[in-house]
Design a protein around this ligand. Structure first.
Ligand code: FES
Ligand SMILES: [Fe+2]
Length: 436
């Protein structure tokens, strides 16, 4: 359980809140680039960390992310005209650029007050099919994170955006929970377990070998990593899965040898809603996008990026399938996660929990984040912001000799991949601090 004030500190994301200020110290995804592909096209609404914003690509191709409401009398700029360097409000023709009011045509030329007004605007970058924003103090802008998937060709990168009707932390805590797949994601009804291979989860069958994994956690320069160690039918072999966490809300989910990899971001829309970004990628070869959609169940489209499942329709749960061996009665791992995380209501009351050994990583994360919030207020450096970090991380899942430390899973998997002829450049380096 958690004290009420700590639950609030970890879940509230507005500009004046501790977690809101922490998240604003990082580059974070604001939208998919497909939403603003056309120069001079329609602006889009972007709600991020509780702030109402609008993103647009001006007729010259320049991208902006500015406050949604006109500083004159508050009309929404999503309806505005997309002009060179800014958006022009429909109501009285004021034009807002990135940071300033550029024109206020109904005012006589002698009235210059509008030009002195500032208008909210955040720096943006385009990378990895995403629009990224930095919403923190300009003097504290961190280096842009060099994720290895950012510059991959379209065939090797699938970026999926999915709306979730819950606070972001419920999503994060699902990814911090190595035991839940044995239950929530179990599906004895699956005709072909190999069908998971294209989705980056070939190892689902291994995972089912032990429903009570031993969980390990450690802090890293990026934030933390988790290891889940499972027994197998051989007493001297463990099946180990690692997860790499990067502040403020990114993680790599373990995938097996030569499988596509999976990066996730939990983008808080406001305190009660978030988007999950699933980034499926392969550094060497094209990925099977159809298999990813089919196994994760996260096919969505703009502008809402929602699947048909919701609390109102019980996420289309099928009790006949449950009788046949599907544990949840719902298809797709991403939707199964949403069933439980949305069912907890928008912000789960963590003062009422009863945490056990399987919640070790959840407890470790909360304690670590509360400590980082305190360190932020003391002016200490934040995780993941050292310019020397190379961001070339990897989360692995592999069988490991039982006498090896769990951290050796990355090296063991990569040694095996080397023997298969994987290009050395595509192996990780940032896990080098893990045990050899
Ligand atoms: S409200 Fe926008 S110009 Fe008047
Ligand atoms: Fe899950």
């Amino acid at each position: 359980m958690l004290r009420h004030e700590d639950n609030m500190a970890l879940t509230q994301v507005g500009p004046e809140t501790p977690m809101g200020r922490f998240m604003r110290r990082y580059w974070i995804p604001a939208a998919k680039l497909e939403q603003i592909a056309e120069p001079g096209g329609a602006p889009i609404r972007v709600k991020l960390l509780g702030e109402a914003l609008v993103a647009f690509r001006d007729p010259n191709g320049k991208v902006g992310l500015i406050g949604e409401y006109c500083p004159h009398r508050g009309a929404s700029l999503v309806y505005g005209r997309n002009e060179e360097d800014g958006l022009r409000c429909l109501y009285h023709g004021w034009k807002m650029g990135c940071g300033y009011v550029l024109e206020s045509p109904p005012e006589p030329p002698t009235r210059t007050f509008a030009k002195k007004l500032q208008h909210v605007s955040y720096p943006v970058r385009e990378a990895g099919q995403l629009l990224w924003a930095y919403m923190g103090p300009p003097e504290l802008e961190p280096p842009f994170p060099k994720f290895p998937w950012l510059n991959l060709p379209e065939s090797q990168l699938l970026v999926v955006k999915m709306h979730q009707a819950s606070n972001y932390l419920q999503g994060v805590e699902g990814d911090l929970d190595p035991a839940h797949p044995n239950y929530l994601h179990r599906d004895f009804d699956l005709e072909d377990k190999e069908s998971w291979a294209g989705a980056g989860w070939e190892s689902i069958a291994h995972l089912m070998s032990d429903g009570a994994p031993v969980i390990h956690c450690e802090e890293t320069p990026y934030l933390m990593r988790v290891g889940a160690v499972r027994n197998t039918e051989k007493p001297d072999v463990h099946y180990v899965r690692s997860t790499e966490w990067i502040a403020p809300f990114y993680c790599y989910i373990a995938t097996g040898p030569r499988e596509s990899r999976l990066f996730k971001a939990w983008h808080p829309i406001d305190d009660h809603n978030c988007y999950t970004f699933y980034v499926h990628f392969d550094l060497e070869k094209p990925i099977d996008k159809e298999a990813a959609y089919s196994n994760w169940g996260h096919l969505t489209s703009p502008p809402e990026y929602k699947t048909p499942h919701s609390l109102a329709n019980m996420h289309l749960q099928d009790r006949e399938r449950m009788k046949r061996g599907n544990f949840s009665g719902v298809s797709g791992a991403a939707v199964q996660d949403r069933v439980v995380q949305e069912s907890m209501l928008p912000i789960v009351d963590r003062t009422k929990e009863h945490l056990g050994t399987s919640d070790k990583a959840v407890m470790f994360y909360r304690k670590l984040l509360l400590q980082k919030l305190k360190e932020m207020d003391e002016g200490k450096p934040l995780p993941g912001q050292d310019p020397s970090l190379d961001y070339n991380q990897r989360a692995c899942s592999f069988n490991l000799s039982a006498d090896k430390p769990w951290q050796a899973v990355v090296k063991a998997q990569e040694d095996y991949e080397r023997s298969l002829g994987v290009d050395e450049r595509h192996l990780s380096t940032a896990n080098a601090v893990m045990a050899q």
